[in-house]
Design a protein around this ligand. Structure first.
Ligand SMILES: N[C@@H](CCC(=O)N[C@@H](CS)C(=O)NCC(=O)O)C(=O)O
Length: 213
């Protein structure tokens, strides 16, 4: 396995957690997003979207989209599992994961923020307000959901880590980077503290990566 990675990419961070959780080693190829390496001819040949992560399998298939990659890992290396067994439980876990991966993360992505400032000419302050608005809106809804649902346990779903936690922890790291007060989401912060005590999560943290700056 070879992961096309960037330490600060929260989508790649999800895949790093999943790989660690399943005890899988992956070679790394670093793609520096701030230097625009995701738009190099070489990388675009692998992923025409120009987004990190991508995972190259041992058979040289290139997988893209972090959740598709993690679902592939789950199907190929089922244990330990990141999805519960029952269909209703799986739907809840996927819904939490997708509320982050589809509704929070994409509109706060680097290329969106660059478009706001470089193309639409909004100020840095307005760009930061955009980020905070969408991030706090999404995290607030997730806090309400997780706080009131009995299916929430030590982790987002029950007492084992799932795909939902794999998405939550990197998104909270992103929120902190833009000075959002994570403590104001007590359920999310509590789950995060349980997750980061596990080596699979801790070792995937941006600061621990070989390309960290
Ligand atoms: N939905 C994609 C999102 C991938 C994504 O947006 N990756 C970001 C880093 S977290 C990226 O490569 N951004 C480059 C850019 O915005 O130019 C996934 O889950 O893999």
């Amino acid at each position: 396995l070879k992961l096309f990675d960037y330490f600060r990419s929260s989508a790649a961070y999800r895949v790093r957690i999943a790989l660690n959780f399943k005890g899988l080693a992956a070679e790394r190829a670093y793609v520096h997003l701030r230097k625009g390496e995701q738009m190099s001819v070489e990388y675009l040949a692998r992923n025409p979207q120009g987004l990190i992560p991508a995972l190259e399998t041992d058979e040289h298939a290139v997988l893209t989209q972090s959740l598709a990659i993690i679902e592939w890992l789950e199907e190929t290396y089922p244990q330990p599992a990141l999805l519960p067994r029952a269909a209703l439980d799986r739907a809840r876990v996927r819904a939490i994961a997708l509320s982050i991966a589809c509704d929070i993360h994409p509109i706060d992505n680097l290329r969106v923020l660059n478009y706001l400032t470089r193309t639409l000419g909004v100020t840095d302050a307005a760009k930061d307000a955009w980020y905070e608005h969408w991030c706090t809106l999404g995290l607030g809804a997730l806090e309400t959901q997780l706080a009131r649902e009995s299916a929430t346990g030590r982790f987002c779903h029950g007492d084992q880590p799932t795909l939902a936690d794999v998405c939550l922890v990197p998104q909270l790291a992103n929120a902190r980077r833009v000075s959002i007060d994570v403590a104001s989401y007590p359920t999310l912060a509590r789950i995060e503290s349980v997750c980061i005590a596990l080596p699979a999560f801790a070792d995937a943290a941006p600061a621990k990566q070989a390309d960290a700056e």
